[in-house]
Design a protein around this ligand. Structure first.
Ligand code: CA2
Length: 146
């Protein structure tokens, strides 16, 4: 089973700024740990980060025929991007939306997601552990028959 992990804008800054909100782990640390967990469960994990909406959309298109599931932290595009929503619906690959912070305990503009209603599930608020919880939820869903 192949799972694609997508991280959106500014998540490349993890561990370098705003540790009070997003913690001290870098994105590379999160990706390394999640890859270890995925591999231990017989899952191949492919990681991708971009600050560009079009690049994220193109990577989602590329996942067709390659990945059985997608984990996505779309960052701020979660709250703004109909293009990302259309791409995820277009490729019809099951996905889990995830966030480090609890977006519902933050500013009102973070309370709406363009991705959540078509997701298998949403994980929000557990810091780097959100990635691990999202992976196990997605893999469980896919092994049950998708
Ligand atoms: O909590 C999350 O994972 C978010 O997706 C993070 C996004 C935010 O726009 C979403 O509402 C919730 C922001 C990512 C910015 O990451 C930074 C990391 C370190 C320093 C500055 C920004």
């Amino acid at each position: 089973m192949n799972v694609l992990l997508i991280n959106g804008p500014n998540l490349n800054l993890l561990g370098q700024r705003e540790p009070g909100i997003y913690g001290r782990d870098t994105l590379a640390m999160i990706e390394t740990e999640l890859t270890r967990e995925a591999n231990a469960d017989g899952v191949e994990l492919v990681c991708f980060q971009s600050n560009f909406e079009g690049a994220l959309i193109e990577r989602i298109h590329q996942a067709m025929g390659e990945s059985q599931g997608i984990l996505i932290n779309a960052g701020a595009y979660t709250h703004s991007s109909i293009g990302l929503r259309d791409a995820l619906k277009g490729v019809a690959i099951p996905y889990v939306e995830l966030h480090l912070s609890n977006t519902h305990s933050r500013e009102p503009f973070r309370h709406h997601s363009y991705l959540a209603d078509s997701a298998v599930g949403v994980v929000s608020g557990f810091g780097p552990k959100s990635y691990s919880l999202a992976l196990s939820g997605l893999v469980h869903h896919l092994r049950q028959g998708g």
